[in-house]
Design a protein around this ligand. Structure first.
Ligand SMILES: [Zn+2]
Ligand SMILES: [Zn+2]
Length: 244
């Protein structure tokens, strides 16, 4: 069994007051956080989640609404919830350098120091990363190339979750998602019109091509939020919880 708790379901602009991207996936023994947007620590605390529950963080791409919360989480582990065991951080190539630079820019020397180790692992398309309790397989995404965008398939406790990260539409998406238990799809736009994000109209049009057992949409932008009465997919909200 697995549980999915949406910490943040908004876009980069905080549309509708929603927090930035962050999704907690809990297995029987271990917990992984998919994305750690700028508002993640705030969300964990508002929802009563102990940050120390997190064993690993997997970042989909380097936009701030998906990764800029890591320095705050690491700061929390140094001073508020003292961490005494390693943290796995999975991310696109260059993740270790990016997170070090973020911490430096914020003058937070959060990279573990002597208190806990941070184990970084980089994605390679076609190769699964195995960490205790989870298998994470990266897939390509169609998003701003300098953010090194990926989609992520996560397997745990005989359950599977596929997270789109941020992406525009391309033909291989339904095949890549496959027959997972849950497809968490970004849906920034209501109507199609931008190559680097998915829209409700496109997901609706392609719906029959997906074999996943369940789909839930997240990363809702202002246009989506002004069309809530026309949304035809299960929609995640900050604090939504699902069992798989
Ligand atoms: Zn985003
Ligand atoms: Zn993005």
């Amino acid at each position: 069994m697995a549980e999915v708790l949406f910490i943040g379901t908004g876009d980069a602009f905080g549309s509708g007051g929603r927090r930035n991207s962050a999704i907690l996936v809990r297995g029987k023994q271990r917990t992984i956080l998919l994305d750690c947007g700028a508002t993640t620590l705030l969300g964990l605390k508002e929802l009563g989640v102990d940050p120390l529950e997190i064993d690993a963080v997997a970042i989909s791409h380097f936009h701030g609404d998906h990764a800029a919360g890591l320095p705050f989480l690491m700061l929390d582990y140094l001073y508020a919830h003292e961490r005494d065991r390693p943290l796995d951080v999975l991310g696109p190539p260059g993740v270790e350098d990016r997170i070090h630079r973020l911490n430096q820019s914020f003058s937070y020397d959060g990279n573990g120091q002597d208190r806990y180790a941070v184990h970084y692992q980089e994605y390679t398309i076609g190769k699964s990363l195995e960490i205790e309790g989870f298998k994470v397989t990266p897939y390509p995404a169609a998003h701003h190339p300098d953010t090194v965008p990926h989609m992520l398939r996560v397997e745990l406790d005989n359950r599977s979750v596929f997270f789109s990260g941020d992406t525009g539409w391309f033909d291989a998406i339904p095949n890549n998602v496959g027959p997972v238990d849950l497809f968490i799809s970004e849906c920034t736009l209501f109507e199609e019109g931008f190559e680097f994000h998915l829209s409700h109209s496109r997901l609706k049009k392609e719906r029959e091509r997906f074999e996943c057992k369940r789909t839930i949409i997240t990363h809702l932008g202002a246009e989506m939020l002004s069309n809530t009465d026309r949304i035809e997919f299960d929609t995640a909200h900050d604090g939504s919880k699902l069992e798989l």
